[in-house]
Write a protein of this length. Structure first.
Length: 109
């Protein structure tokens, strides 16, 4: 961390320098988009996000189904892994269109 933005008396970052250190700042995203191998990195990150999103959708949908009489705790863990794998495979097969949408948010790559 750059110590010039660190206020020694209050042990906090200077608010004016927040964007420079924020990993989600627009400037940071632009810098990453211009870096070597950025296209592959952006594509991989977009696919991982889409996979996570699909997995979350499946988990949320599964919670709406009434619980069975013989439901066990182990099934919840198994379904979690199952949802993650199905989401990963769905994303690789084209997903729901989030990957190209996210990639489109990085102009000039």
């Amino acid at each position: 961390m750059d110590t010039t933005a660190f206020n020694m008396s209050s042990n906090i970052l200077d608010p004016a320098d927040h964007l420079r250190f924020n990993p989600a700042s627009p400037q940071r995203a632009e810098d990453l988009a211009r870096s070597p191998n950025s296209t592959e990195r952006i594509h991989k990150a977009a696919q991982e996000f889409e996979s996570y999103f699909i997995s979350y959708l499946m988990k949320s949908m599964r919670e709406t189904v009434p619980k069975g009489f013989l439901e066990r705790k182990g099934e919840q863990v198994w379904y979690s892994f199952y949802d993650q794998e199905i989401a990963r495979l769905a994303t690789q097969a084209g997903g729901i269109g989030l990957t190209p949408f996210i990639e489109g948010q990085f102009p000039g790559r």
